[in-house]
Design a protein around this ligand. Structure first.
Ligand code: ADP
Ligand code: ADP
Length: 215
C-alpha cells in the first residue's frame, strides 16, 4: 500500500536521504529506527507528501486523506473537551455534529477514557492526553498511520501500556502503521518489519529485517 523507491531528497542543496527503499503492506506494522538526525522525520514527511523527492518516488495506493498522523506534540485544542477534540476531525470530514460526538465518545471509551469525555486537555494527565490524540486519529479510520516518536514524553511503563492498546486497535481495524523511533527494542517488539537508517549526512536504509516471531 506504500512503496518508497530510490528516494533521494534533502534541504536546500544538502541531501538528507539517499536511495531509500521502503514498503508497507496493508495492515502491517513497520518500524523505522535510526540515530537522531539520520532522516527518519524527513522520510515520514516525504511519505506524507510534505516534501517532494529529488529522485525516486513515493507510491501510495490510497488518497492522502487516508493518512493519519501522530507526532510527539499532540494537536489537542486547549479550549475543547476531549470529546470535542476527537469529534472535530470527524466534523471537518462532514460527519454531522451529533454523530461525530457519539463516535468520539465511543473511541474515547475504547481507549480507556470512559468518564473523562468532558475534561479539557489541561485536566488530563500526559498519558490520557496521548490517548485522546490517538482516539482523534483513529476515529478518522486511516489506512496508514504515521507516527513520529509519539509517546517519547511518557515513562516506559505508560508507553508500553499505550502502545499495547494502540496495537490492539490498529490490528482490529486493519490499519497499517509506520512508526519512527530511536528505540530499537521497542521497534522490534512491535513491528512486523524493521528498517534501520544509517547515520547521515546521506542516510540510507542500512538494514531491513522481517521480525520472525509473532508479537
Ligand atoms: P531524524 O528524524 O532521524 O532525527 P531528520 O529527518 O529530522 O532526522 O533530519 C535529517 C537531516 O536533515 C538532519 O541533518 C537535519 O539537520 C536535516 N533537517 C531536518 N529538517 C530540516 C529543515 N527543515 N531544514 C534544514 N535541514 C533539516
Ligand atoms: P464556538 O463555541 O463558537 O465554536 P470556539 O470553540 O471557536 O467557539 O472558541 C472558544 C474559545 O476559544 C473562544 O474564547 C475563542 O476566542 C477561543 N479561540 C478560538 N480559536 C482560537 C485560536 N485559534 N487561538 C486562541 N483562542 C481561540
Amino acid at each position: 500500500m506504500l512503496e518508497v523507491r530510490g528516494l533521494t531528497l534533502g534541504y536546500g542543496a544538502v541531501p538528507a536521504l539517499e536511495g531509500v527503499d521502503l514498503r508497507v503492506e496493508a495492515g502491517e506494522f513497520v518500524s523505522l529506527v535510526g540515530p537522531s538526525g539520520s532522516g527518519k522525520s524527513t522520510l515520514l514527511r516525504a511519505v506524507a507528501g510534505l516534501i517532494s523527492p529529488w529522485e525516486g518516488e513515493v507510491r501510495r495506493s490510497f488518497p492522502l486523506e487516508a493518512l493519519g498522523f501522530l507526532f510527539q506534540e499532540d494537536a489537542l485544542l486547549p479550549w475543547r473537551t476531549a470529546r470535542e477534540n476527537v469529534a472535530l476531525g470527524l466534523r471537518i470530514r462532514g460527519v454531522p455534529k451529533r454523530k461525530a460526538l457519539e463516535e468520539a465518545e465511543a473511541w474515547l471509551k475504547r481507549l480507556g477514557l470512559g468518564g473523562l469525555e468532558d475534561r479539557f486537555p489541561h485536566q488530563l494527565s500526559g498519558g490520557q492526553r496521548k490517548r485522546v490524540a490517538l482516539a482523534q486519529v483513529l476515529a478518522l479510520r486511516p489506512r496508514l498511520l504515521l507516527m513520529d516518536e509519539p509517546f517519547s514524553s511518557l515513562d516506559a511503563i505508560l508507553r508500553t501500556q499505550i502502545t499495547r492498546d494502540l496495537l490492539a486497535q490498529v490490528e482490529g481495524e486493519g490499519i497499517a502503521v509506520l512508526l519512527v523511533t530511536h528505540d530499537l527494542e521497542e521497534a522490534i517488539a512491535l513491528a512486523d518489519r524493521v528498517y534501520l537508517l544509517s547515520k547521515g549526512p546521506r542516510a540510507r536504509i542500512a538494514q531491513a529485517y522481517t521480525v520472525p516471531f509473532p508479537r
